[in-house]
Design a protein around this ligand. Structure first.
Ligand code: ATP
Ligand code: MG
Length: 239
């Protein structure tokens, strides 16, 4: 993205304004900021759910808008805020991402997202139904199933919008640690409110009211002692 701008209605305010970011192979960026800052809007542009009002979005040197949205989503994958589980089994929810996936592939991805022991202990294992909207599994399990599905699809660029939402602090930190391990080496945009673990990403971007307020490594932003540092202090008080 270069100077990306989005407004949701003509004449309305810009939800993001002048956002630039680059996700070459292997680079991981964390996007943080208050609610309403424009984080999900950035994800929506990358996944081609929204077109730009200004600036440009390119994929492999070509305008993102020149590709078919479905084609874009085979390269740029991941999931939106509050991912959807289908009312079927755990195994089928993963195979939606890759219909021909073998049992070994499912087992490998389950291990990467920390689901293997839980699934092995279930009486029905992979055949366990997740219920309507995934309500028969916990919020953390739902998030991990969605992450496993996103990894199984094996996109070049992975977008994760608040994969730790609705979890308690301890589960959030575990989930963040697991997903950072599972996304190592893959171009990843991690949208999150959890600052723990972000020393592992290449760049942190802080959005404020649609504008990039700060960017740099976790360490650089802490040293700068500005908004990111304040967010960090606030979170340190809660853990
Ligand atoms: P959160 O942390 O709560 O998920 P966010 O940083 O993801 O917030 P966005 O969802 O990108 O924020 O929203 C940015 C701005 O755009 C907000 O002011 C929001 O009200 C507005 N907005 C988001 N989606 C729409 C929409 N579909 N129609 C109109 N305005 C929208
Ligand atoms: Mg959001």
């Amino acid at each position: 993205l270069v100077d990306a701008a989005v407004r949701y209605r003509p004449g309305g305010p810009l939800a993001i304004d002048g956002v630039s970011l680059d996700l070459p192979s292997g680079r991981r960026i964390a996007l943080v900021g208050r609610t309403g800052a424009g984080k999900s809007t950035v994800a929506a542009v990358l996944l081609r759910f929204r077109d730009l009002s200004g600036g440009s979005a390119t994929l492999g040197g070509h305008e993102l808008a020149s590709y078919d949205a479905d084609d874009v989503r085979t390269v740029i994958g991941g999931y939106p805020q509050d991912p959807h589980l289908f009312d079927t089994t755990i195994g089928e929810n993963l195979r939606i991402a890759r219909p021909g996936a073998s049992d070994d592939e499912l087992a490998a991805v389950a291990a990467r997202v920390g689901l293997a022991d839980w699934i092995a202990a279930l009486p029905m294992g992979w055949g366990t139904p997740v219920g309507p909207l995934g309500r028969a599994v916990s919020g953390g399990q739902r998030q991990r199933i969605a992450l496993a599905r996103a990894l199984l699809a094996d996109p070049a660029v992975l977008i994760l919008d608040e994969p730790t939402a609705h979890l308690d602090i301890e589960s959030r930190q575990l989930m963040t640690a697991d997903l950072l391990a599972a996304t190592a080496g893959r171009a990843t945009l991690l949208i999150t409110h959890d600052l723990s673990g972000l020393s592992q990403v290449d760049e942190v971007i802080v959005l404020e009211r649609g504008i990039v307020a700060e960017r740099g490594t976790h360490q650089q932003l802490l040293s700068a002692g500005r908004g990111y540092w304040q967010m960090w202090q606030a979170q340190a008080g809660t853990t």
